[in-house]
Design a protein. Structure first.
Ligand code: PMP
Length: 442
C-alpha cells in the first residue's frame, strides 16, 4: 500500500517502475504506450540517456547554493538559451526559475505588478484573463484561470480577476463568420474590457498561445494575437503568455507564440522544460520589464528557496540540447501531420466527435452526444474518465478532461505524444483512441 496521499484515496493504481522510450512499465510488467506524457510533459520519452548523464554530472559538482548569493553555470546557460530562442522582442531579457507551472504563474503576476510599480503606476492592479482557461492550482493562478470546476470550491478565497471569452471556434464562431472576423471579434473583447475597467487600472492580460487542458489543444484563429498585442500596447497593459503546456516544442516551434508573429512581455514555461526529468519552471521577462526593474529598485520582489536549482537547470538545458541535436522540432511537425491526418481519417465523420483541433504534437478530439446540436454527454456518465480507462485497457495512456466541468463543452481526449515517437506508435495511438471513443459512445 502506498503512503502517498492519492488523488482518489480509494483508487488502486499500478506502480510504475521503469520507462523505455515512449513506454511506461509497471511492477507487473504491463507496458503502456504513453500518448500524452502525463499532461504534455514527457517530450523526450522516459529513458533519455543524455539528460540522465547531464543530471548526474551536475550532482557530482554542485547541486544547490542559495540564489540570494550565487548563480550557477547551468542556470546561466539555460537562460541564455531561452532568451536566444525567444520570439522577437525579448531582446536582453532575463529568466527566473521555479518549481512548477503554478509557481511560474504566481511569479509572472507579481512581476507584472512590480513592473507597474517601478514605472510609477501603482493603480495598475487589475488582471484580465480568459474563460475557459487553466493556469494552475495555487490561489493566484486559480483565480486567473477560467476553469469553473476547479475554481468552485475556493471561489470565496480567490482574488478578483476579469475574464473574457477564450477564442473557441467550435462553439463561438458564427456561421458564415470568417476566421479573421472571428479573431478580431474575440480579441476586441479585451479592448472593451480594458476600457470598461479603466485602462489606467489594468496591469496584465493572461492567455495561453495554444490553450491546453481547459479546451483540449486549441490554437488561436489567425490574427488574434496580433490584435491582442496591439491592444496591450495601446493601453500599456502587459501580455503574459502562459506557455506552461504549449511551449518547449510541443506545437512545432520552441515557443508556441512564435507562430503568431508577436512577442510577450512575460512568458511562463514548465512541463516540457524539464520534460519530466526535472520539476522545473521558468518565467522569462522581456527587456522592457527588466529595464523598468533595473532603473527602479534594481531587484526582484520574489524569491523561493529552490529557484535556479543547479541540477534542475542542468537537466532542462540537456532537454533543450536534445531538441536541437536531434532536430526534434522538425520531427514534431512531421509526426504532427501524421497524427492530425490519422485522427481526421479515423474520427472526422464519427457521429460523436464534434471537433478535432490542435497543432504540432498536441491534438484533441472533443466528444459530444449530438454532433448537430454539439450537446455534450451528461457529465454523470464520466465519459472522459471512461475514455481514459478504455484506452489504458488497450495499452495506451491518454489525457482525459471534461472541459472545464462547465456543462458546455464535451469530453476531451488530449493526445501529446513524445517528440521521439515512431510513426508506428502514432498510428497505434490513433487506432486506440478511435476504438475507445467508438466503444464508449455506442
Ligand atoms: N498553466 C498551464 C497552461 C497548465 O496547463 C498548467 C498545468 N496543467 C499550469 C499552468 C500549472 O502547472 P503546474 O501543474 O506545474 O503547477
Amino acid at each position: 500500500m502506498s503512503h502517498v496521499l492519492r488523488r482518489s484515496l480509494t483508487a488502486e493504481q499500478p506502480v510504475i517502475v521503469r520507462g523505455e522510450g515512449a513506454y511506461l512499465i509497471d511492477s507487473d510488467g504491463t507496458r503502456y504506450l504513453d500518448a500524452c506524457g502525463g499532461a504534455a510533459v514527457s517530450s523526450l520519452g522516459h529513458d533519455n540517456a543524455a539528460v540522465r548523464a547531464a543530471v548526474t554530472r551536475q550532482m557530482e559538482t554542485i547541486s544547490y547554493a542559495h540564489t540570494g548569493l550565487f548563480t550557477n553555470e547551468p542556470a546561466e546557460a539555460l537562460a541564455d538559451y531561452l532568451i536566444a530562442h525567444a520570439p522577437d522582442g525579448t531582446g536582453d531579457g532575463r529568466v527566473m526559475y521555479l518549481g512548477s507551472g503554478s509557481e511560474a504563474m504566481e511569479a509572472a503576476l507579481k512581476l507584472a505588478r512590480q513592473y507597474h510599480l517601478e514605472n510609477g503606476q501603482p493603480e495598475r492592479t487589475r488582471l484580465i484573463a480568459r474563460a475557459p482557461s487553466y493556469h494552475g492550482n495555487t490561489l493566484g493562478a486559480l483565480a486567473v484561470g477560467g476553469h469553473a470546476g476547479r475554481r468552485a470550491p475556493f471561489q470565496p478565497m480567490l482574488i478578483g480577476v476579469d475574464h473574457i471569452d477564450a477564442a473557441y471556434p467550435y462553439r463561438l464562431r458564427h456561421e458564415n463568420e470568417s476566421e479573421t472576423a472571428f479573431a478580431l471579434r474575440m480579441a476586441n473583447q479585451l479592448e472593451d474590457r480594458i476600457k470598461a475597467l479603466g485602462p489606467e487600472t489594468v496591469a496584465a492580460f493572461i492567455a495561453e498561445p495554444v490553450v491546453g487542458a481547459s479546451l483540449g489543444s486549441q490554437p488561436a484563429p489567425a490574427g488574434y494575437f496580433k490584435r491582442i498585442r496591439e491592444i496591450c500596447d495601446t493601453y500599456g497593459v502587459l501580455y503574459i503568455a502562459d506557455e506552461v503546456m504549449c511551449g518547449m516544442g510541443r506545437t512545432g516551434s520552441l515557443f508556441a507564440l512564435e507562430q503568431e508573429g508577436i512577442a510577450a512581455d512575460i512568458t511562463t514555461m514548465a512541463k516540457g522544460l524539464g520534460a519530466g526529468y526535472m520539476p522545473i519552471a521558468a518565467v522569462m521577462a522581456s527587456q522592457t520589464v527588466v529595464d523598468a526593474i533595473l532603473s527602479g529598485s534594481g531587484r526582484l520582489w520574489n524569491g523561493h528557496t529552490y529557484m535556479s536549482h543547479a541540477v534542475a537547470c542542468a537537466g532542462a538545458l540537456a532537454v533543450m540540447h536534445e531538441i536541437d541535436d536531434r532536430d526534434l522540432l522538425k520531427q514534431v511537425r512531421t509526426l504532427g501531420k501524421r497524427l492530425e491526418s490519422g485522427l481526421r481519417d479515423a474520427l472526422g465523420q464519427h457521429p460523436h466527435v464534434g471537433d478535432i483541433r490542435g497543432r504540432g504534437l498536441f491534438w484533441t478530439a472533443e466528444v459530444v452526444e449530438d454532433r448537430a446540436s454539439k450537446a455534450p454527454f451528461d457529465a454523470k456518465r464520466n465519459l472522459a474518465g471512461r475514455l481514459q480507462t478504455a484506452a489504458m485497457e488497450r495499452g495506451v495512456i491518454t489525457y482525459p478532461s471534461q472541459g472545464c466541468a462547465d456543462g458546455v463543452q464535451g469530453d476531451h481526449v488530449l493526445i501529446a505524444p513524445c517528440f521521439t515517437s515512431t510513426g508506428a506508435e502514432i498510428d497505434r495511438i490513433v487506432e486506440v483512441v478511435a476504438e475507445s471513443i467508438t466503444a464508449e459512445t455506442s
